[in-house]
Design a binder for this molecule. Sequence first.
Ligand SMILES: Cc1cc2nc3c(=O)[nH]c(=O)nc-3n(C[C@H](O)[C@H](O)[C@H](O)COP(=O)(O)OP(=O)(O)OC[C@H]3O[C@@H](n4cnc5c(N)ncnc54)[C@H](O)[C@@H]3O)c2cc1C
Length: 352
Amino acid sequence: MEKVDYIIVGCGLAGISFCEQLKANNKTFVVYDDKSQLSSTVAGGLYNPVVLKRFTAVWKSEEQLALALPMYKAIEEELHVKIDYKVPVYRKFASLEEQNDWFAASDKPRLSSYLSTKLIPNTNSFLNANYGFGEVLGTGRLDVATLINAYKKDLKSKNRLKEEAFLYENLVTNLEGVQYNNISAKHIVFCEGFGYKKNIYFDNFPLVATKGELLKIHAPLLKIDYVVKGPVFIIPLQDDIYYVGATYNSKDTTPGVTEEAKMSLLEKLDTMINTSFTVVDQRAGIRPTVKDRRPLVGLHPINNNMYVLNGLGTRGVMIAPYIAKKLYAFIEEGAALDPEIDIRRFKVFKNK
Ligand SMILES: Cc1cc2nc3c(=O)[nH]c(=O)nc-3n(C[C@H](O)[C@H](O)[C@H](O)COP(=O)(O)OP(=O)(O)OC[C@H]3O[C@@H](n4cnc5c(N)ncnc54)[C@H](O)[C@@H]3O)c2cc1C
């Protein structure tokens, strides 16, 4: 029987962020991942402290960025990969009113350090932006797919990764912890994203699917090295390749790409650029979202030693390191969980 401090189910942004807490605190662990969910893998990876529809600050953006950026930097250094690209985000203005709203918002206390007060005129003839742009400061793109690949490779080399489905019915719980096949652990943390659907312990979760689809295009003449936010995001990668996305669909929970999403993205893109391009790829994933837009963190109501880290929603890159730290402090240091993120704010957990 192998003994570890933790079993983690899921190696997306949530699982990786929790592993980082465990590593920092010299805890032993094993991670299960079966690649059944692709939300983190396909994500555009943007981190941006501002809600660009309404010009408001993202919940806890300062605290989130203060933890996330050093965590990703530490991973870059440890695994010798480049994952954090500092890239500006330009919010395209659709009208003079929007320009005015931007400048009014840039005066507000939590926004003044994020919204540049300089109006950026459009100098690229292939972009349609008569009213120019406002620049969001402190933004970037995390190459999440590279992060996950490198992270899993490292875990595998240390015998910490099991590339297989975690079968919930094989889990045995007892007062000291949990047992799964030949592994006994003090704690188990479920980080399965929308894969929670198969979890018999947390199966009545207030979590909903928001499917997202993203296109990859090749636009050789566009030549932009900043993200443009209009009806969709245009995110520069390399060699004239851009992500265009994303869609938000709460009705479709199927994993595959759809023609409908492609058409919708192309229609929106058409209003933003006027140069030829080809679509080279299309990806889809299911975002684990919660109606109150706060994550789901905490302890199972019946089974001690069983925890959940989920509900990362549309901003997993920023929020995952923050809530992973909160959950770790809750388990190991007895720190109280913020009621805003604690799963106990919902009284719907089933006892199996
Ligand atoms: C198209 C799209 C674009 C996005 N763009 C951005 C963006 O620009 N910025 C941003 O911050 N966020 C973005 N997001 C949101 C972000 O991707 C999510 O918040 C985040 O990926 C959720 O991470 P997670 O670890 O909770 O879940 P997931 O990424 O779904 O990871 C869960 C993992 O658990 C594994 N798993 C599940 N069940 C089992 C089981 N029984 N056994 C073994 N393994 C299991 C899955 O295989 C998976 O690897 C985007 C999402 C989509 C879909």
